[in-house]
Design a protein around this ligand. Structure first.
Ligand code: ADP
Length: 494
């Protein structure tokens, strides 16, 4: 018997007003039911926003360093429960334990960073143009934030948003992905245990159109922080635009790894295997294009295909598993659809392109790591985000051609170049249109304390991680103090 979980509103675990629920299953074995969760609707969001309003009144008055102490305790609890959480997360979304442990570690790093930010949250001061007058900007809590998150990093991505929001003094209504509600419940339990006052965070589970959309239009919600697909992100931005809400979007990618002839080939091979097939290719930073310079192309592909075929597919909770399942049937169908598209476009299917024959994998959403060669830049498999274990290999003549192909997509999240030539590396840093460029490392592997985000259709200019995210979740008030005892007219009496 699996457990039934409820929403958290106003510090209490409550049933959804809709009275309906949904079951969440293990993508490696769909007969394993993780739990039953509330399929919430607009009335639940409304109740959550009312509670968050009360939570904001209280929490925003607590000094930031004290708020930071709560996050320090949350980081300690995440550390204590790292293995137990990772196990449940793998059961819920499939990626191997080594990766879900990394997911929790990222949240731990983010918690400690946010905790220390409670004693910093610097703003700016500048000299006034008038005598006996001071000008300074101070940070204030911004309000109630709607947090809408995906399933591929069930704890890390929410932590990037929720921890900074909390240390800034905001209240939160969180609608996690429908595929990872268990992880969300555990995350919120930790925050409560860490001493977060009731009402400051509300958890409302359910589906996008029913539970996510009403959050983006609720009058008391100050802003939305979203990670997910570009299609949904743009809808959310439109809804937020109607009411002048803040909105931070982290969306699709079509990330490329460029390998020049002079690269350390072994390093580049390890990088692309990890970048393309880690998390079954389901990271927004996953390597979905490999650009190989002509001189190394054939040899590199032969070796890569062999290594991709040696990757062990299976339940991420079993030792020795390299690649887990896709998240659900729809995701696997999407990969299969792109295999047909790539084949029809004339690309050469070198390996994969099918559901594994192994009967032990029949209960889950597995798909073999897939590599296409002979891919041209205009093909759909070189342009569209697939979010699965499908790698498109393109041949490029030189650095300039490589950068041109790299930039020839609508997205701009992550990028990577493998070369021993320092000039080539710096050319790429200058000219690749992406929010992240790795030199001699794969396209995945963001650290919690650096800005994370992308350009073009990947985002709307905001960054998560590091210091810029604190700007999104706080307001700046400028304060002028005139202690001259007379009227001083700015721009006139100077
Ligand atoms: P993914 O491709 O990663 O599943 P989605 O963009 O579909 O990305 O979903 C990301 C998050 O956005 C999920 O929590 C989902 O429920 C939510 N979502 C989906 N549609 C909407 C919508 N119309 N309004 C608000 N949230 C939505």
């Amino acid at each position: 018997m699996s457990e039934t979980y409820r929403n958290l509103i106003g510090g209490k675990w409550v049933e959804s007003a809709t009275g309906t629920t949904f079951r969440n299953t293990n993508p490696a074995d769909t007969s394993d039911v993780v739990g039953t969760f509330a399929a919430s609707g607009p009335a639940d969001i409304d109740e959550a926003a009312v509670a968050a309003k009360a939570g904001f009144e209280e929490w925003s008055r607590i000094p930031a360093p004290v708020r930071g102490d709560v996050l320090k305790r949350a980081g300690d609890l995440l550390t204590e429960r790292k293995d137990e959480l990772a196990d449940g997360m793998t059961r819920e979304m499939g990626k191997p334990l080594v990766e879900t442990r990394g997911d929790v570690q990222e949240a731990i790093d983010t918690a400690y960073y946010a905790a220390s930010e409670g004693r910093r949250l610097f703003s700016y001061a500048a000299p006034s143009e008038l005598p006996q007058k001071m000008g300074v900007s101070i940070r204030r809590p911004a309000g109630i934030f709607g947090i809408i998150t995906p399933w591929n990093f069930p704890i890390a991505v929410p932590s990037w948003k929720i921890f900074p929001a909390l240390v800034c003094g905001d209240a939160v209504v969180w609608k996690p992905a429908e595929d990872t509600p268990w992880s969300a419940v555990k995350f919120v339990e930790i925050l409560l245990e860490a001493g977060l006052p009731e009402n400051v965070i509300q958890l409302v589970t359910g589906f996008g159109p029913e539970a996510g959309a009403p959050l983006t239009t609720h009058r008391w919600v100050t802003g939305i922080s979203f990670t997910g697909s570009t299609a949904v992100g743009c809808k959310i931005a439109a809804a937020c635009g109607e009411q002048a809400k803040l909105v931070s979007l982290e969306m699709g990618g079509k990330n490329a790894q460029l390998v020049l002839d002079d690269a350390d080939i072994e390093l580049a091979l390890e990088g692309v295997l990890w970048g393309a097939f880690g998390t079954t290719g389901q990271r927004c930073t996953a390597t979905s294009r490999l650009l190989l310079q002509t001189g190394i192309h054939d040899e590199f592909v032969d070796e890569l295909v062999q290594r991709a075929e040696a990757l062990v597919l299976g339940d991420g909770r079993k030792r020795g598993t390299d690649v887990g399942p896709l998240i659900n049937e729809e995701a696997r169908d999407k990969v299969a659809k792109y295999v047909r598209i790539g084949t029809d476009e004339g690309a050469n299917l070198r390996t994969g392109g099918e559901i594994p024959a192994d009967k032990r994998l029949a209960g889950g959403w597995f798909y073999r790591p897939t590599i296409f060669t002979g891919v041209e830049p205009a093909m759909r498999i070189a342009q569209e985000e697939i979010f699965g274990p499908l790698l498109s290999v393109l041949m490029v003549e030189n650095l300039d051609h490589g950068i041109e192909v790299m930039n020839d997509v609508r997205y701009g999240l992550s990028s990577s170049i493998y070369t021993q030539d320092v000039n080539a590396a710096f050319q790429a840093i200058d000219r690749v249109d992406a929010g992240i460029t790795y030199v001699n490392g794969p396209t995945i592997g963001a650290e919690a304390h650096y800005p994370f985000g992308g350009v073009k259709d990947t985002g709307n200019g905001h960054r998560e991680g590091g210091w810029p995210v604190y700007d999104f979740f706080s307001d700046l008030k400028t304060v002028y103090v005139d202690y001259s005892g007379r009227l001083q007219r700015t721009q006139i009496d100077t």
